[in-house]
Design a protein around this ligand. Structure first.
Ligand code: PHE
Length: 480
């Protein structure tokens, strides 16, 4: 960690950075998770809370994370090492980067499995497997897929392989190339599906489900879910945006880019929601089906509708493209860390990490069948445990510490150089970053911990103690 290692890769231009970052942000979180958690939590009021979370916590943390990456000019671990040195802060800040690299790898290990369901559904839909399917048929189809470890393993491997091949080629010829095919395709498909949604006869109902808030349906838990989701969907808190930011030239605006990223991510989630609920309502199905909404409810709906074969297949193509542009970004922090800090060439780093992550993913594959009764964290399966630790502990902790670094440790000059807000907006941004965002994140964090069982409570308490230690180190170093 001693040398100041800097990134040598760079985006071709600002649009490529924005496109890749939007590709990272838009994923299963938008098309699978957002619709089902909105469905489960009653619609409009939940959407409103989610939008507030994106605005008040998501965008400020996103700005901070990209700024840290660009100012640190390296992978998350090295970027934090560089920055802490530059600001004479505790050298332990590198752990924040490490938390991100690990969280990215862990998320990817299950993300490829779920993305694999999408790929399998795309081919099944194309083969006509969902034509006229009823609700029993759809459940059977889904259960047949998840109860077969070999089938899951196969699709998990396909997605992992794609990710490794793209990332191994580097930022320009790998990531940029893949993204520049996938993102326009994704937008086109979404627009076609939106047009289709307006013909289903339930577009109005879908619209009012998403946009007319009924606060009586909103629970405290829903607020916490919305906040956690804001992190996941914007890909913040783990270093993806940091590593993408490290390839961004100084001449581009982080503020503009962040607004684009958050705006596009939110818009795409809302449009996907509109499409999905139009199809669901048009067939008199339930919006609150939970995680099965995409894989069990939607096939029934498409199966009953005219043109359903075509639009259903397009829909799963959308899921696949959204997911693949995110998997690339989940492995990139670790790949660049191997490359820059350990001298392992990108090509080799991508394959080694891909293999490791693939192995961990087998735990998730088995969670749905052979290990469905094996519990790791409390009552959780392997998959639920990894999801819980990353989404509820590592991401918020990462986001919290990133905000703190930018708000308390970074010098005013560097902050202004990276984040070109005028003084009025800067004041609000800092106020938010110093007080509102951390308190909100801590509340989510603490509530999530109470839910966990005792051993993990202890791990979590240790993590908090560590955070306090870092804060203290910072305070001593910087006499706040
Ligand atoms: N934002 C992605 C989604 O919504 C998931 C993701 C999280 C990707 C963190 C990268 C980093 O699906």
């Amino acid at each position: 960690m001693s040398q100041l290692k800097l990134s040598t890769e760079a985006w071709s231009n600002q649009s490529m950075f924005i496109l890749a970052a939007v590709g990272s942000a838009v994923g299963l979180g938008n098309i699978w998770k957002f619709p089902y958690i909105t469905g489960e939590n009653g619609g409009g009021a939940f959407v409103l809370v989610y939008l507030a979370c994106v605005l008040l916590i998501g965008i400020p943390v996103l700005l901070s994370e990209i700024a840290l990456g660009r100012a640190g000019k390296a992978n998350p671990v090295q970027a934090m090492a560089n920055l802490s040195r530059e600001h004479s802060a505790s050298s332990l800040w590198f752990l924040l980067g490490l938390n991100g690299v690990l969280a990215g790898a862990l998320i990817l290990s299950f993300y490829t499995v779920i993305a694999g369901w999408g790929v399998s559904y795309f081919f099944e839909s194309m083969k006509g497997a969902f034509i006229n399917i009823d609700s029993d048929g759809a459940s059977q189809h889904f259960n047949a897929l998840v109860s077969s470890p070999y089938e899951l393993l196969f699709w998990h491997s396909v997605v992992s392989l794609f990710t490794v091949v793209v990332v191994a080629k580097g930022v320009k010829s790998g990531i940029e190339r893949a993204i520049s095919y996938m993102m326009p395709g994704l937008l086109l498909i979404l627009l076609i599906l939106l047009g289709y949604a307006t013909t289903t006869g339930a577009f109005g109902q879908s619209f009012s489900f998403l946009f007319s808030p009924n606060f009586s349906k909103l629970s405290w838990e829903a607020v916490l879910i919305a906040m956690g989701h804001a992190f996941f969907t914007l890909s913040i808190g783990l270093g993806t945006m940091m590593v993408y930011g490290s390839y961004l030239s100084q001449k581009y605006s982080i503020v503009k880019a962040s607004l684009w990223i958050a705006g596009a991510d939110t818009l795409i989630a809302l449009l996907a929601g509109l499409v999905i609920f139009s199809v669901v309502f048009a067939n008199g199905l339930e919006p609150g089906a939970g995680p099965g909404l995409l894989f069990q409810t939607l096939p029934i709906a498409f199966g009953q509708m005219s043109g359903g074969w075509f639009f259903g297949t397009l829909f799963f193509a959308l899921v696949v493209m959204a997911a693949l542009s995110s998997t690339i970004s989940l492995i990139e922090p670790a790949v660049s860390w191997f490359d820059q800090n350990w001298g392992i060439k990108r090509l080799h780093a991508a394959w080694i990490l891909g293999a490791l992550i693939w192995l961990i993913g087998i735990g998730t594959v088995l969670s749905f069948n052979a290990w469905s009764d094996v519990h790791f964290l409390g009552e959780r399966t392997f998959f639920d445990s990894v999801d819980f630790i990353t989404a509820n502990i590592m991401l918020p902790l990462g986001g919290l510490l990133m905000s703190m670094f930018v708000a308390w440790v970074m010098t005013k000059e560097q902050r202004q150089q990276e984040i070109e807000l005028d003084s009025r907006w800067m004041k609000w941004y800092l106020l938010d970053l110093k007080w509102f965002a951390p308190v909100a994140i801590l509340i989510v964090f603490a509530t999530n911990l109470v839910e966990a069982d005792s051993v993990w409570m202890m791990v979590a308490v240790a993590l908090i103690a560590y955070a306090v230690y870092v804060i203290n180190a910072v305070r001593n170093g910087r006499s706040l």
